[in-house]
Design a protein around this ligand. Structure first.
Ligand code: ADP
Ligand code: ASP
Ligand code: MG
Length: 879
């Protein structure tokens, strides 16, 4: 009797969905509750692939310190999950032994790498493969433990590749054969195969004809488990393939960039493939190839909500009202341009160009050729750009010598964006709408290409503008109305608070009281001399319903400072916060607290990275040099909110480093509170730029302390008394010379300058110190005793100002090319003339506000307003 072929459903669980024991139980539950035949593909535990790659890289760089400890931590992570999801017994013992075997092997490999100091793609694949393999072992054991018949099947028996290591392509025909042979009998007899994703058998080498020897393992490129799932789906003629992810479906845009992105209910397979290919980091670029032309729909489904529909990717065409359905972006791109007036006559320039790139293994994501044939330009990943340029210069050596070709130019720091929709073909004017939206947002387009398929329009913009460009296009095509629900489930953003000083405590209290003080914002109006608005006071403390609702969604899961850290995965309560405050007030460190742990901040972050935090945000409210920590957090996929100015106001290369990590990880760094506390200064800047204006100059009084000092001196008070008053009110730093030196204002000015494109270093900022030369070397105590010595000089300055009808102000003046900070006399024509007390004020001179600058005034210092500024940024990230 012929056995009836079962038509299974294939499920893939992504790394973000398999992070801890509860997640495994949830995944097993999804499978166990479904009737009918199934097959399962799994990714490595969240973060493991990166961790394994990191270990291999460290070892091959000869950095032995901490290597074994880190590997042991990962080993324990697997054991902990195993013990939680699998009942004691033979199955568990076997899997535990498998974990140990794999990690013993890893220890050995790392040892060899330390000696060899070289990491080949082949070895790297072999190292990371254990991530997926152990995940699949755990999954199979967990299924078996809950009474479901299941079996681990290794990827080498299922996927056959054509190489190369590190980014292999599947051989579809051989994979079909192998996968059927390995999986079909199991599926037909009601056993659920569990296959590690991301991996396949490397092609045999010529001297490797012995078929009994196992082939080496090759990876399919990052995110490759999606591809394994569709390969299995194809081989088994699956009913459907479900990719379970941490998003509610395929969205109109990356939700981290476009907060009002929506789930697309259904997408044609060609559209989805185009999106994946052009950088949407939700599907492996080649994941859909195996199912093209087959009746196998692929669903992107929310792991958090198994009953939700998610997105169907299939041959159907729906949503015809939306000619454009989604956007995607690839950052870290560079543009290479081959130009020359003599190119017209030379045949095959394009062919030779792309042949050379193909040989280099460089992928080209966008090509545009001018119709006059005087140039070809194309984008490549930034990391590959220099080599590609060198190679092309070699290839065209003769043409360049003959001056038929001028040369090959390289422009870096770019992003390519793709606007995708199958309905674009029938709708004229789509390109015009795209570029109209960009031009009204003031975004410059560096290059454009329209694919011949008319399924997509791609273009290149500066990396800095990629996010704004996506938001502008998303709005222009009204994609927020596409109907499939919002991007986030009612999940929390998990906040890691770095620093627990005054601001940290105030912020923690605000969050745990459900954002009772959310929304402290000043209004911005144009104002000349006396028409300076004072909006901050009016709006302070107002909470919009929406903001309060969103504030419920952030919780503090960890507080980290130099003494150690506390971790509370369910979020600190207001009582928890009060206990921490009391503890710190008593002068004790977190390391000594019950539930607290001793660790350096870097180790604390490493610890926290390993936990399945939901939308983690690092909030830095220290005043320390935290650049490396911020980088670590971004690299681990956290968003970052800063009140601390230092990470952004140090050497230019440090700042660029942070930005490129953020970009590579699609994370954001928000820092409104670094300048003017809760005043919407950066926000106003952004809105000006987004509305197509250009900011020419920013001037401001950026220090509450110095502001107070100046108004008091203006009023005739001696300097010494004015400063003592500021100290008594707690406005100054412990050593008031830190305020008087202007260093702090200089940092703020540099942060503003870098918005305008200032390319200099901190040392290029001209800062006038108000501490006389002779007072700089004094001890703090002696300095305070001798304040009166400085009164005469200040008296002279004040009198001189008064004689001219002017006031003294400490002003930062910022343009793209020059930043200076110092004492100025301002008269009634200046907006700063009437500024009072600790208020801050910033004036934007722009193309539109050239005569009458746009002025923002309000309280720019103080705990509550600073904490509110930080909180607003956090809520901005939760969308
Ligand atoms: P997996 O856990 O299956 O490997 P990924 O992490 O590879 O899942 O993909 C899901 C992530 O892709 C989401 O967290 C989301 O931030 C990102 N993403 C980027 N673009 C989109 C988009 N258009 N739709 C959905 N998610 C997107
Ligand atoms: N674990 C691999 C990665 O992180 C493959 C995957 O998740 O699909 O890229
Ligand atoms: Mg993935």
């Amino acid at each position: 009797m012929a056995v009836k072929k079962a038509v299974p459903e294939v499920h893939k669980f992504g790394g973000a969905s398999l992070s801890d024991a509860p997640a495994f139980r949830h995944a097993v539950g999804i499978i166990a509750q479904r009737p009918g035949p199934q097959a399962v593909v799994v990714s490595a535990l969240g973060g493991i692939t990166d961790a394994l790659l990191g270990l291999a890289n460290r070892a091959s760089a000869g950095r032995e310190a901490g290597l074994k400890a880190e590997a042991d931590l990962q080993r324990r992570r697997y054991h902990t999950i195993l013990e939680a999801i699998c009942p004691a017994g033979a199955g568990r013992q076997e899997t535990a032994a498998e974990i140990d075997r794999s990690f013993d092997e890893l220890d050995g490999l790392l040892g060899s790498l330390l000696v060899l100091k070289e990491l080949t793609a082949r070895t790297s694949d072999f190292v990371v493969a254990r991530g997926e393999r152990l995940s699949a072992r755990l999954f199979a054991a967990a299924l078996a433990g809950s009474g479901v018949r299941s079996k681990y099947v290794d990827a080498l028996e299922v996927v056959v590749t054509e190489g190369p290591f590190g980014g292999a392509s599947p051989n579809l025909m051989l994979t079909d054969l192998a996968a059927r042979k390995a999986l079909r009998p199991l599926v037909d007899s009601g056993v659920i195969p569990v296959v590690p994703g991301f991996l396949g058998a490397a092609p045999g080498t010529e001297d490797d004809t012995d078929r009994t020897k196992p082939r080496a393992v090759a990876t399919l490129g990052r995110g490759g488990s999606d591809l394994t799932a569709t390969l299995v789906g194809r081989a088994l003629g699956a009913r459907q393939v479900s990719l379970w992810k941490d998003v509610p479906g395929l969205l109109t845009a990356d939700p981290r960039v476009v907060p009002n992105a929506r789930v697309i209910p259904q997408l044609n397979i060609r559209e989805a493939a185009e999106l994946a290919y052009f950088g949407a980091k939700v599907l492996h670029p080649r994941a859909l190839i195996p199912v093209v032309g087959r009746p196998i729909p692929v669903f992107v489904r929310p792991f958090a909500d198994p009953r939700a529909a998610g997105t169907e990717i299939s041959a159907r065409r729906t949503l015809d009202k939306y000619p454009v359905k989604a956007l995607s972006a690839a950052s870290g791109q560079a543009l290479l341009t081959v130009t020359g007036s003599g190119m017209l006559g030379v045949p095959g320039i394009a062919a030779r160009t792309f042949e050379a790139l193909y040989r280099l293994g460089t992928s080209v994501s966008l090509i545009s050729q001018s119709s006059s044939e005087q140039s070809i330009c194309f984008s490549v990943p930034e990391g590959a750009a220099r080599k590609a340029r060198e190679r092309l210069a070699e290839v065209f050596r003769e043409e360049i010598a003959r001056k038929d070709i001028d040369g090959v130019q390289l422009q870096g720091g770019l992003a390519t964006l793709a606007v995708v929709g199958i309905g674009m073909a029938g709708h004229p004017g789509i390109a015009a709408r795209v570029f109209g939206a960009l031009s009204s947002a003031g975004i410059n387009i560096v290059a454009i290409a329209q694919g011949s398929s008319e399924l997509n329009i791609s273009f290149v913009v500066g990396s800095q503008e990629a996010a704004a460009a996506q938001r502008a296009i998303h709005d222009a095509f009204q994609l927020a109305k596409i109907g499939g629900g919002g991007a986030t489930h009612a999940e929390h953003a998990d906040v890691i608070l770095l620093g627990f000083g005054q601001i940290g405590r105030t912020l923690a209290a605000m969050i745990t009281k459900n954002g009772a003080k959310v929304g402290v914002k000043a209004s911005a109006k144009t104002g000349g001399r006396n028409g300076v608005p004072d909006g901050a006071g009016k709006d302070a403390g107002k909470v919009s319903k929406a903001a309060r609702h969103r504030a419920d969604k952030v919780r503090i899961v960890a507080v980290v400072d130099r003494s150690g850290f506390v971790f509370e995965p369910r979020g600190l309560s207001s009582r928890g916060v009060a206990a921490l405050v009391a503890w710190k007030k008593a002068g004790k460190g977190f390391n000594k607290m019950t539930g607290g742990q001793a660790a350096t901040p870097a180790d604390a972050l490493t610890f926290l990275q390993r936990h399945a935090l939901s939308h983690p945000i690092l909030v830095d409210v220290t005043a320390a040099e935290t650049g490396p920590l911020v980088k670590q957090a971004l690299g681990a996929g956290m968003d970052v909110v800063l009140a601390n100015k230092r990470p952004l106001s140090g050497p230019r290369s440090d700042r660029e480093d942070l930005e490129s990590v953020a970009q590579a990880q699609s994370r954001r760094i928000l820092f409104e509170a670094t300048v003017g506390a809760g005043l919407p200064i950066l926000d106003t800047y952004r809105k000006l730029v987004e509305s197509g204006d250009r900011v020419l100059k920013i001037e401001g009084c950026l220090s509450g302390t110095l502001g107070l000092l100046m108004t008091e001196i203006d009023r005739g008070r001696p300097f010494s008394q004015a400063l003592r008053k500021a100290i008594a009110k707690g406005y100054t730093e412990p050593d008031p010379r830190d305020d008087l030196s202007g260093a702090d204002v200089g940092r703020k000015a540099l942060i503003l300058g870098r918005l305008l494109g200032f390319a200099g270093e901190p040392s290029d900022v001209a800062v006038e110190s108000l501490v006389p030369e002779a007072a700089r070397a004094l001890s703090g105590k002696v300095f305070l005793e001798r304040l009166e010595d400085m009164d005469a000089e200040w008296e002279r300055r004040a009198t001189a100002a008064r004689a001219k009808g002017a006031s003294l102000r400490y002003i930062a003046s910022v343009t793209k090319t020059k930043i200076s900070v110092g004492l100025k006399m301002v008269d009634g024509t200046s907006p700063f003339f009437s500024l009072k007390g600790t208020d801050n004020q910033v004036a934007f001179t722009t193309v539109r506000y050239r005569q009458n600058p746009l002025v923002i005034t309000g309280p720019g210092a103080g705990l509550a307003v600073t904490a509110a500024g930080v909180l607003n940024d956090m809520l901005g990230l939760t969308g």
